[in-house]
Design a protein around this ligand. Structure first.
Ligand code: ROI
Length: 183
């Protein structure tokens, strides 16, 4: 069976978001039957939703995976729980949020999983890192991420370099190191 391209959104605004995002990206590089192909820079930005919470750090990665959608979801939720994710208020702060944006070109609507992820078209903090690592990416309905980004509501984004070897305890695939030769 061929692997499937899955784009994952990462978000954090509690604890030490920059290192949590770095640790999460490293953990994603170790998922079974999965390869981390690309990781975006990290985007520091104000919360969408209640404003009395810290700024977020957001990023997007591309996985190439043999995991089925629900297996991937289970793996992501295990990482969220390991990071200490706990339920706060609706649209409230979180230690680590990992969302499957797309899984190949599949549309999935079940109790546990909605793919593509809802609301992406309004979220510049998702679209910008996504377009950064995959200029040609599109939603199952054919809408291109770059076009959605061009049309998305304004939202300030402060871009930090991608996770580098300094942030990580162990080796990432070479594709990571070569992804952003300027950093
Ligand atoms: N706001 C920002 N900036 N980044 C997020 O990842 C994020 N995630 C959320 C809500 C609470 C909607 N706001 C966010 O779930």
């Amino acid at each position: 069976m061929l692997p499937v391209d899955a784009f994952i959104a990462l978000g954090s605004n509690l604890g030490d978001p920059l290192s949590q995002i770095a640790a999460a990206i490293e953990a994603l590089s170790h998922l079974p039957h999965t390869q981390l192909m690309r990781a975006s820079k990290r985007y520091v930005n104000p919360p969408m939703g209640p404003q009395d919470q810290p700024d977020y750090v957001n990023a997007v990665v591309l996985l190439s995976t043999h995991l089925a959608p629900l297996e991937l979801l289970d793996a992501l939720q295990a990482l969220e729980h390991a990071a200490g994710r706990f339920a706060t208020r609706h649209w409230g702060e979180r230690v680590l949020d990992l969302d499957i944006l797309t899984y190949g070109s599949q549309i999935i609507q079940t109790e546990r999983l909605t793919i593509p992820h809802v609301g992406v078209a309004e979220r510049r903090f998702v679209l910008a890192p996504w377009a950064e690592i995959a200029a040609q990416a599109q939603l199952p309905d054919g809408r291109r991420i770059a076009d959605l980004l061009a049309a998305a509501p304004n939202h300030p984004l402060h871009v930090l370099p991608a996770v580098g070897r300094d942030d990580l305890a162990s080796n990432l695939p070479d594709s990571m190191a070569m992804n952003h030769p300027e950093t």
